[in-house]
Design a protein around this ligand. Structure first.
Ligand SMILES: [Zn+2]
Ligand SMILES: [Zn+2]
Length: 171
């Protein structure tokens, strides 16, 4: 995990545990980097998630199987108003943004449990893409597409049987 302008230690420790559980591997928290200002889009007031992926690759240790960036800033890809995260399909890098996973973003009282659940799902989802998994039709599966926060809340944080099978071939 590569914190990018991110310093919520509890959230990172939770993610470490979640990733280790779901991918049966060891996960470590790297020394963080600054938010790459070149990724900032002045018109959109958001950050390019593709540029984040490039920075993550550049800061990825050689022995890392995958590197997941975690950042508090809002990310976008050109065709969408925002993304919760992005990954290279079958590649090495993924990124998640915590901004829209927080209740406060929707003007609701803060709820750490809800936030961590969402963060775990998004991280597992994006890392799933790096292992070649595509979106799953099962609404409970962590690989189900979620463009809205409600869709994240509906799905679970684990892989359905068919995604599990595909993943186990990659691990
Ligand atoms: Zn996805
Ligand atoms: Zn699935």
């Amino acid at each position: 995990m590569l914190p990018i302008g991110y310093n919520d230690r509890d959230a990172l420790l939770f993610l470490q545990y979640k990733i280790q559980t779901r991918f049966a591997c060891s996960a470590s928290i790297l020394t963080g980097i600054e938010i790459p200002e070149r990724a900032f889009d002045r018109d959109r007031h958001q950050y390019s998630s593709s540029e984040f992926l490039r920075q993550i690759l550049a800061n990825s240790p050689k022995d890392a199987i995958r590197t997941l960036g975690v950042t508090p800033v809002d990310l976008f890809i050109p065709v969408l108003t925002f993304v919760f995260g992005q990954a290279q399909l079958g590649g090495k890098a993924a990124v998640v943004s915590t901004l829209r996973l927080k209740q406060e973003y929707y003007e609701l009282p803060p709820n750490e449990t809800v936030f961590l659940e969402r963060l775990g799902k998004e991280a597992v989802h994006e890392l799933g893409h790096t292992f070649g998994l595509v979106h799953c039709r099962d609404p409970r599966c962590v690989m189900h597409l979620s463009n809205k926060i409600r869709e994240i809340d509906i799905k679970g944080d684990s892989f359905c049987e068919s995604c599990s099978k595909l993943l186990s071939k990659e691990l």
